[in-house]
Write a protein that binds this ligand. Structure first.
Ligand SMILES: Nc1ncnc2c1ncn2[C@@H]1O[C@H](COP(=O)(O)OP(=O)(O)O)[C@@H](O)[C@H]1O
Ligand SMILES: [Mg+2]
Length: 481
């Protein structure tokens, strides 16, 4: 070793010693901890972390709001490296890890999340913002929900030496989440995921385009529903000025296949700009979240489809289901002057009547969507035969023969006639229509008729029809929006 190398070796040895001795001075901080300490200018290991939970379906809104606030202080986000499990560590553990794990500045984790019926947004699922708010430096960690790990909500974790700044920041964050929300004015459906009960995911649906003419009901029925749901909203200001409540609840009841869901779709078409939340079947367990969102986004519409399903399940054995009470509480929970309409549909009003009567005022309009009478059937058949080469008399005769059937029956009948003709390689004729009707009215089609929502008459088929129709959407005709 020459002299120069010896000097360097000595220098390097002293350098290493200093590094080792300096270690305790870092207070056990990881590299990311040191970075945050430098930014906040204070002993980060002793600072409290304020955690703010965010419903999983609001993650996009949180990301938008936080990005907006960060842009104002001109800050760039920062990721954390350190293995798969780092997003399980609390912010405090990232800063001063128990086993001196070297969490370091690194790449940011993103997920792609729907932000509309046809759009997605790249959202930070695990990353930090180092920003200034009201003159104070703040560190904000954004974390997505991880239901597969038992974490059902997203969250922000705020670290600052100034607790008042953290409070003010979170208040402003909440305002922006609301003001910039991607959920506003959308049609949403809430569904769970396979991991847990409480993590609601929101799915964006395109707004339906069902015109009033597409809904064939007895005269005045559709108008009454529209007036209650849409009309009250249109007179919002006046009603408020005269101290009238805006919150309203409509119950649509009647046999399956008669147009309850179709009516709902028309209501959605009539209310562009209104935020709508649709809950069906097991999704009804998210009724509290839906009502909260509706209040925040009003004007809003909350639809509970086939609400009897939550009530009927174990009613016989254990009394009414807690979920039904949750529904009733949600209907009752909002202020009267919230511009929120609840629309409930059911095939089994008997199951609900008692619970609704026991707690009056939740539903202020109950409308029967009955089996169509002869007049309505003629209109229904004419509508579904429209544009097809059937004679008007043949269509009318079919409608008259099809007593006791529903709108979904009329639609399926016409489809069968068209299909039979297509298979024979020709245009459909009146005979095809009559033959299709014979087939559907045939005794052997009793189950199909019942699945189309048509009671099977006075014979033994009645009980069977009851049992099948309880499922509501088994026909497959009721499923889609
Ligand atoms: N009153 C109606 N007017 C027009 N079409 C109807 C009517 N009732 C049912 N239909 C047809 O049958 C389909 C199923 O009806 P739906 O509204 O889902 O019944 P439900 O009352 O069970 O909710 C509708 O999408 C529509 O095509
Ligand atoms: Mg329905």
């Amino acid at each position: 070793m020459d002299r120069q190398t010896q000097d360097f070796a000595e220098l390097f040895r002293r350098f290493l010693e200093e590094v080792v001795q300096a270690q305790p001075d870092a207070g056990g901080l990881s590299p990311i901890g040191l970075r945050l300490q430098e930014f906040l200018g204070t002993d980060v290991a002793s600072l409290p972390v304020v955690t703010h939970a965010i419903a999983a379906h609001r993650l996009v809104d949180a990301d938008v709001a936080l990005a907006d606030l960060a842009a104002e202080s001109g800050s760039e986000p920062l990721g954390v490296s350190g293995g798969q499990m780092r997003d399980q560590a609390a912010l405090g553990e990232l800063i001063a890890p128990p086993h001196r794990f070297p969490y370091s500045p690194g790449p940011i984790d993103y997920v792609s999340v729907p932000s509309g019926p046809d759009s997605t947004r790249r959202v930070m699922s695990f990353g930090l913002h180092l920003l200034r708010f009201d003159g104070s430096p703040l560190v904000v960690l954004q974390r997505a929900a991880r239901p597969e790990r038992g974490r059902n909500t997203a969250s922000l974790e705020v670290l600052t030496a100034d607790p008042a700044a953290a409070d003010a920041f979170l208040a402003e964050f909440g305002r922006r989440m609301l003001a910039l929300s991607v959920l506003r004015g959308q049609v949403l459906s809430f569904t769970g995921n396979e991991y847990g009960q409480s993590a609601a995911g929101a799915t964006f649906l395109p707004r339906p385009t069902v015109a009033a003419d597409d809904v064939v009901l007895a005269p005045g029925v559709l108008d009454a529903v529209v007036r209650h749901v849409v009309g009250v909203g249109e007179q919002r200001e006046r009603l408020r000025a005269q101290h009238q409540h805006l919150k309203r609840g409509v119950l649509l009841y009647g046999p399956p296949g008669t147009g309850k869901t179709l009516t709902v779709r028309h209501l959605l078409a009539r209310t562009p700009g209104t935020t709508a939340v649709l809950l069906t079947g097991s999704g009804i367990r998210f009724v509290t979240e839906a009502a909260e969102l509706a209040r925040a986004m009003q004007p809003a519409l909350v639809v509970l489809e086939d609400v009897d399903l939550v009530a009927s399940d174990r009613m016989m054995h254990h009394g009414p289901q807690p979920l039904l009470f949750e529904v009733l509480d949600a209907l009752d929970g909002l202020d009267g002057d919230a511009d929120v309409a609840f629309v409930l549909t059911t095939n089994r009003v008997d199951v609900l009547e008692r619970a609704l009567a026991d707690r009056p005022g939740r539903v202020d309009l109950a409308v029967e969507i009955a089996l169509p009478d002869q007049e309505s059937r003629r209109r229904l058949f004419a509508r579904y035969a429209d544009g097809l080469p059937f004679g008007a008399e043949a269509v009318e005769a079919a409608a008259d023969r099809a007593e006791g059937t529903t709108g979904s029956f009329a639609k399926e009948l016409v489809r069968r006639a068209v299909l039979a003709a297509a298979e024979a390689g020709r245009e459909p004729t009146d005979d095809d229509l009559a033959a299709a009707l014979d087939g559907l009215l045939d005794d052997r089609s009793r189950l199909t008729r019942s699945l189309l929502g048509t009671p099977s008459g006075s014979d033994s088929g009645e009980a069977e029809a009851e049992g099948m129709s309880g499922g509501g959407s088994v026909t497959g005709y009721t499923a889609g929006y």
